[in-house]
Design a protein around this ligand. Structure first.
Ligand SMILES: Cc1ncc(COP(=O)(O)O)c(C=O)c1O
Length: 408
């Protein structure tokens, strides 16, 4: 047998043995490098990009969490691809409380919402198939699609004082290889919430084109008004609700999420049977997390009540912005807010300058806005930090230094 190094030489470079779906440019971009440098410097940081609730003063009491995780039944391994029945029943109870009753038999546990996407892409798509996703939307979807060799096709969300889906634009984006449509409500980063009519229209559109409807509802508990679920609104298409403890309980470290299937029984049955086989290949949800899930969901207000208070306080600070060079866009929920800074401002130079001021903010281009001129802020920061960061941001926006070359 030829030594491995000789095999590698014949193939050209070691890189030739690696898949094209992982051929990312791994060089840190200027913003990421400068953000890391700021965090490592020990200087005080006003982090308006914080998405980790456990680092934003919203962590669970360690003793309570340890007690909930200490179930002695965890000593025995019970492999259940769909997830433990009591954990699935707890998810069904959570959804029923949201006005979206679903049979626990239609629920499958996952390690996270991200993993739920991965399982569903495997279930629905062959390599090269397409999935429709909203724009703007959060960047993780691109990575999840790359890993499943799936192509994302964007459909626009339109803003006219509130965010809307554009059904005609979605119709136009459907092609022969489209397999599914992702709807995120409340959306990240826009905070757009789909109403019942919009969800019903998406359901009909998906049924008409034989697409699955994926409803990412991780931020539903922070909606400022009604937030209908695909589980309740979808009747014609094969639909899936996705969520998890990461956002419902502020416990990303637990690695527990779920999928709930909805739609006609003759479509849901075969889909769930195959999903169970996919889940069986990994069995990725840990036993202790499954056993703790009912208690954690029952105590979710321990996290959600202070979270809502935090989000409301920061929304009030945002709403007080008047006659400033940045305008907050209306939002109906979620953990983030969008500010319009105008197309003439160069997002990246502004964010780099803000890092010099000790403020971390994300540029709109991370989220695929149709046009330049947006910033995205997390609403998780403690309000005093949020207000100070916002002040520095507005001061920087007011300076003329960041006009983009195309905007001059
Ligand atoms: C809209 C949305 N869906 C899903 C996720 C991923 O959630 P999880 O931590 O459960 O994988 C995120 C993460 O920020 C998100 O913003």
């Amino acid at each position: 047998m030829a030594p491995l190094s000789a095999v590698a030489q014949r193939r050209g470079t070691i890189g030739a043995v690696l898949s094209s779906r992982t051929a990312w440019d791994l060089a840190a971009n200027a913003l990421a490098a400068r953000t890391d440098a700021l965090r490592a410097s020990g200087r005080p940081v006003l982090d308006l990009a914080q998405s980790n609730p456990t680092r934003a003063g919203l962590a669970w009491d360690p003793g309570e969490l340890a007690a909930v995780l200490g179930d002695e039944r965890a000593a025995i391994y019970e492999p259940t691809p769909q997830g433990l029945p009591e954990a699935r029943a707890a998810v069904a109870e959570y959804l029923a409380a949201r006005g979206a009753p679903v049979d626990a038999g239609r629920i499958l546990l996952t390690a996270s919402t991200s993993e739920a996407y991965a399982l569903l892409f495997k279930l629905l798509c062959d390599p090269g198939d397409e999935v429709l996703v909203p724009a703007p939307s959060y960047p993780l979807l691109d990575l999840l699609a790359d890993l499943e060799a799936v192509r994302l096709v964007r459909y626009p969300l339109r803003y006219d004082g509130a965010w809307h889906v554009d059904l005609a634009a979605i119709e136009a984006a459907v092609g022969p290889r489209t397999r599914a449509l992702v709807a995120v409500s409340p959306a990240n980063p826009t905070g757009a919430v789909l109403d019942g009519d919009e969800l019903a229209a998406l359901d009909r559109l998906c049924a008409a084109h034989d697409l699955a409807l994926l409803g990412d509802e991780v931020f539903a508990d922070t909606a400022l008004g009604p937030c209908p679920s695909v589980v309740a609104e979808a009747g014609e298409s094969l639909a899936f609700h996705l969520s998890g403890l990461s956002k419902v309980c502020g416990l990303p470290q637990l690695k527990a999420g779920w999928i709930a299937a909805a739609g006609p029984a003759e479509r849901v049955g075969p889909a769930l049977a195959r999903l169970e086989v996919i889940a069986d290949a990994y069995l990725s949800v840990s036993g202790p997390a499954q056993l703790a899930l009912p208690s954690l969901l029952a105590r979710r207000e321990r996290f959600l009540a202070p979270l809502r208070a935090r989000l409301a306080a920061n929304r009030t600070i945002l709403a007080a912005i008047r006659d400033a060079p940045a305008t907050p866009l209306a939002s109906a929920g979620g953990w983030t807010a969008v500010l319009r800074i105008g197309q003439t401002v160069d997002e990246e130079s502004l964010c780099l300058a803000l890092l010099d001021d000790g403020v971390v903010v994300q540029p709109g281009f991370f989220y695929d806005f149709e046009r330049p001129g947006y910033l995205v802020v997390s609403l998780l920061a403690p309000p005093t930090e949020f207000a100070l960061g916002l002040r520095r941001m507005l001061d920087r926006c007011a300076s003329a230094d960041f006009v983009s070359p195309s905007g001059r």
